[in-house]
Ligand binder design. Structure first.
Ligand code: G1P
Length: 320
């Protein structure tokens, strides 16, 4: 499999003002941009070309995978930093196509499929950071399953029932411990629409049939051309498999602030030996600063607080 289509045209209004001039895909997760993790994941799975589907103001995404601007004094950099920077332009063949209007994920995939001929390809949503602790990444396992079966493969994860309305949800028949044949798909259902808690993670491998389907897919939920609607039609035409990603993988939804920070914290914990102690110290300090004034602090602490603040109410409780 040669191509990964990486839809990255979203404006990231949730991240304003940070996303005003800088594409959110280039926000750093600890020491490298979020999009680089996605590209590295694709390279690890044997993919050799990335098609970024972008919009106005997102040109820097492609630049990140180009040779470095000569203004940087490369010869003065530490060897390991220089190697990291120099590898970027050779890790993957990267191209970028523009999605002229925000018509949905299905539309983005269709736009990105331009260079893809009659061959299977991957779609990787950069908002979902999948970090594998095991030997093989989820994407690699998906590629292997696709090679074995020739079928489209969708990555799935188990989510709490109340989160269903944020994801595409599938139902299916068990093939083996981690694989199902998908029988039903719904885009962002309400929790009572389905018993299933298997959510689409944002990693897909498609047979080329999906491109034909997308060409005639009508706008669905939210007036957008939904990839999930095209997948429902794909399922009517051929078998679609779901691979449930196991506990060896951590999934961070970096499309929201909390998920983004958590991805940073996890990566920092992995890469810096002193981070954990420093983070704990901050949390302790935070806790001390924010604990209720009426908790079980030592007598002396209470007295000084009372005295400083001169608050009648606090004094009253103190005396009592
Ligand atoms: C998209 C897909 C959804 C999938 C999700 C994963 O939704 O439409 O099926 O579960 O990505 O993040 P979005 O988050 O773009 O609204």
């Amino acid at each position: 499999m040669k191509y990964a289509i990486i839809p990255a045209a979203g404006l990231a209004t949730r991240f304003l003002p940070a996303s005003k001039c800088v594409p959110k895909e280039l926000f750093p997760v600890f020491d490298k941009p979020a999009i680089q993790y996605i590209v590295e994941e694709s390279v690890d799975a044997g993919i050799t070309a990335a098609v970024f589907v972008t919009g106005t103001g997102k040109e820097a995404i492609l630049d990140h995978f180009d040779v470095i601007d000569p203004k940087f004094p490369l010869s003065k950099l530490e060897n390991n930093v220089r190697t990291e920077v120099e590898k970027l332009s050779s890790m993957i063949k990267a191209v970028s196509v523009k999605q002229e209007a925000p018509l949905g994920l299905g539309h983005a995939v269709l736009v990105g499929a331009g260079p893809v001929k009659d061959e299977s390809f991957a779609v990787m949503l950069p908002d979902m950071l999948v970090i594998s602790k095991g030997k093989d990444s989820a994407m690699k396992k998906m590629t292997e399953l696709h090679k074995e079966t020739g079928k489209s493969v969708i990555a799935l994860m188990k989510i709490p029932h109340e989160k269903k309305s944020s994801y595409g949800i599938v139902e299916g028949i068990k093939v083996n411990e981690n694989t199902i044949e998908i029988t039903k798909m719904m885009e962002k259902p309400t929790p009572c629409d389905t018993e299933s808690n298997l959510a689409i993670v944002g990693r897909y491998i498609f047979t080329p049939e999906i491109i034909e389907i997308l060409k005639s897919t009508k706008p669905g939920k939210g007036g957008e051309i939904q990839l999930t609607d095209a997948m429902v039609e794909l399922m009517n035409r051929e078998k679609v498999l779901g691979l449930i990603i196991d506990d060896d993988n951590l999934v961070f939804d970096t499309g929201n602030g909390e998920g983004f920070v958590l991805a940073n914290v996890y990566t920092a914990l992995q890469k810096s030996s002193s981070f954990s102690a420093k983070a704990l110290a901050i949390m302790e300090k935070y806790d001390t600063l924010n604990r209720s004034k009426f908790d079980k602090r030592p007598w002396g602490w209470w007295r000084s607080l009372d005295f400083e603040e001169g608050s009648f109410q606090v004094k009253h409780i103190f005396v009592a």
